[in-house]
Design a protein around this ligand. Sequence first.
Ligand code: HEM
Length: 413
Amino acid sequence: MTTTHRLRLSEMTGLTPLITTTTVADPQAAYRALAERWGTIAPVELEPGINAWLVLGHHELCQVVRNEQLFSRDPNNWRMFYEGVVPPDSGLGPMMFPRDNCYFADGDKHRRLRAPLDEGLAGLDEHRMSRFIRATCADLIRGFSNQGTADLVSDYAAVVPMLTVAGLFGLPPAQGHQLRAALIALFSSAEDSQPAAHELERILTGAMEARRQAPADDLTTAFLNHNNLRNDYEIQQSMVLMISAGYETTTSWIAQSLRLMLADNRFAGRLRGGRLGLDDALDEVLWRDPPMSNMPARYALVDCELAGMPIERGDALILGLGAANQDPRVHTDDSWLEVGNRSHLAWSAGPHACPAQRAGRMITRIAVDTALHQLHDVTLSVPADEIQLLPSPWTRCPASLPVRFTPSGPVPR
Ligand code: HEM
C-alpha cells in the first residue's frame, strides 16, 4: 500500500463497519481485507456517520500507544465527541465517553491515578488469592455439577472474574453478584444506568466505610491509605475502573480458552497430549483471539501522517489488537515456533498497558484448569459453529457455551 489518501476521515463514506471484524467467523480475513485495501491503518465506521482509524499493524499500534504527546487517551480530545456529533445515548458511550479515572487520563494525572492500582496489585498475597479463586471456581461448579449440563459462560466464565475482583476489594460473593448485576445494567441501556450507578456507589461506599472502621489486607484499604487518591470520589472511581476493566476481559479470556479446548481438536490434542502447557495454551488464545479484539481509543492531538494516512487533530484511533497480533512481521502461522513468544498486544503497551496481567492470568489459569479437571468428560452440547458471539465491536466473547458432562456428586473442597 503506497497511495496516500487525502480524504478527511469525517468525509469518507461506505466504510467497513468495525463490528464486522468481530462478528464474522474469520476475523483475520476481515482484517486482511482492510489491510489490502488501506494498509496498516484503515478507516472504519463505528456507528453510522461516526468514523475512526483502525490501527492494524503491530509497529504502528506500538507507535500510537507509546506516544501520548501525539495520541491522547482522553476522549475530551475527540472531535466528534466535543462537537456533539456522537449522540449522548450512543452505544459507544460505555467504552468511549470520559470518566474520571486513570484510564481516560494522560501524563501526570494518569501516573498519579495509576500508581495506587499498580502498587495495590503488586502488594496482593498471591497464595491467598489463588486459594480464593480455587474455592470460588469449586463453589460455582458444585452449583451445577449434579445437573450434567451448564452454560460455561453465564454459570462460570462471567462469574469467576467478578467474584474474584470483588474479593480483592474485600467484598463477599453475595456483593460480587450484586456488583455484576449493577455493572451489566450500567453498561446496557440508558434507562437502567442511573439506578445501577446508585447501586454501584452504595456497594462501594459501604466497602469504604467498613474498611475505615476496620482496615484489612485488601485493595479497598490500600486505596484508602494511598496519598495519590485525594478524596472518596477518586477512590470510588478507581474501584469502579478495576472492577469494570477486569470483568469483560477476563470473562472473554476464560470463555475463549474453554471454547478452543472444547471445539478445536488440534488445540485440545496438543494440550491434552502434554505438548502444550496450560500457560502456553492461554498465550495462544491471547494471540489468536485476544479478549479485546479492538480497543478504544486514542485521539490525535496534532495533524500528522501515520502509515501514509492523513490523521487530523481530533480523529479517533481504535487499537486493532487482534489484527496487530497477526501482523506477519511479529507472528508466524507455525504454532510450534510461537511457543514462548509473548510479544502479542493483548495487554496493549505503553503507559496504559494492563496493570493486572499477573492477576488476570491467575484468574484465567485457575478457572480453566479447574473446569477441565472437575468436568473431565465435558463436551459441547451444540455444534462448534453454532456458538454465538456477543454482538460487540470490541470483543469476540462467546455469548454462551452450552456443555454436557457426567453429573457428579459433591465436589471436594
Ligand atoms: C485477563 C484479561 C485482561 C486483559 C486481556 C486485559 C487487557 C487490557 C487492555 C488491552 C487494556 C488497555 C490498554 C490501553 O488502552 O492501551 C487494559 C487496561 C486496564 N486493565 Fe486490563 N485486562 C485484563 C484483566 C484485567 C483485570 C483482571 C483487571 C483488574 C483487576 C484489569 C485492570 C485494568 C485497568 C485498571 C486498566 C487501565 C490502565 C490504565 O489506563 O493505565 N485488567 N487491560
